[in-house]
Design a protein around this ligand. Structure first.
Ligand code: PGA
Length: 238
């Protein structure tokens, strides 16, 4: 089985000193060589990226702005993320769309910038009623050479923060559908796509969901805030 990518999304939680303690504990508790990504608040990134060298833990941002630089008060650019050693960036999370009216056009611009600057994008899909429209808009002008560098996470709105995770078969069906939409768009069958699921994952349901070859990535929200719980999720994903 290929390596999995297990992503924690801390949302607007944990101060720099709390994130440092969290990572120090996580380093001791994980017994898996899967790729672990912690999407922490912006201000925590430099503290986190300083202490993950030589581990399988990587640091991600939860967003970035869709323009490279300029008069956009309060925003954070891709170059700024790069300068503080950000490896990944979460794009198009449902909460960004819900509270900040983020559109697929914006997500697409961000995706183009993340790929240009070599920050690995984790693209959340499932917020739009039509998966096909959503994927086609987000992937506009993205070259086929870049597709294997993108992590796609299917997150149905009704599963985020509700305790209603999809079951393995439902997730696999959606992943196959997403693959087919991407194959159709590019008229090519990619072998190394990274596709995964997010929504109400915890240490009780992870094992059933993740142990198959179709689901290569998992995005965990609230259950990633407790370090022990997240370490359990990671260890059950090996
Ligand atoms: P949840 O959140 O795990 O708390 O459902 C998932 C997410 O928001 O990415």
């Amino acid at each position: 089985m290929n390596k999995k990518v297990i992503i924690g999304n801390f949302k607007m939680n944990l101060l720099p000193n709390e994130v440092v303690l969290y990572i120090e504990n996580l380093k001791k508790d994980i017994k898996s060589n899967n790729e672990i990504v912690l999407c922490v608040p912006y201000v925590d990134i430099p503290y986190a990226s300083n202490i993950v060298n030589d581990t399988n833990i990587y640091v991600g941002a939860q967003n970035m702005y869709s323009r490279e630089e300029g008069a956009y008060t309060g925003e954070i650019s891709v170059k700024m993320l790069k300068s503080i050693k950000t490896d990944y960036v979460l794009l198009g999370h449902y909460e960004r769309r819900l509270y900040f009216n983020e559109t697929e056009e914006e997500i697409n611009k961000k995706l183009i910038l993340a790929l240009k600057y070599n920050i690995k994008p984790i693209v959340c899909i499932g917020s739009n009623e039509s998966l096909e429209n959503e994927i086609n808009m987000i992937l506009k002008d993205i070259k086929k050479e870049s597709i294997n560098n993108i992590i796609f996470i299917y997150e149905p709105v009704f599963s985020i923060g509700t305790g209603n995770a999809l079951n393995k078969n439902e997730i696999i069906d959606k992943i196959k559908l997403i693959k087919n939409i991407i194959f159709k768009k590019y008229d090519e069958e990619f072998n190394n796509l990274t596709l995964g699921y997010g929504g109400s994952i915890n240490s009780n349901n992870i094992f059933d969901i993740v142990n198959n070859d179709e689901i290569n990535a998992i995005l965990v929200g609230s259950s990633s805030l407790n370090e022990r719980e997240f370490a359990n999720i990671i260890n059950l994903s090996s």
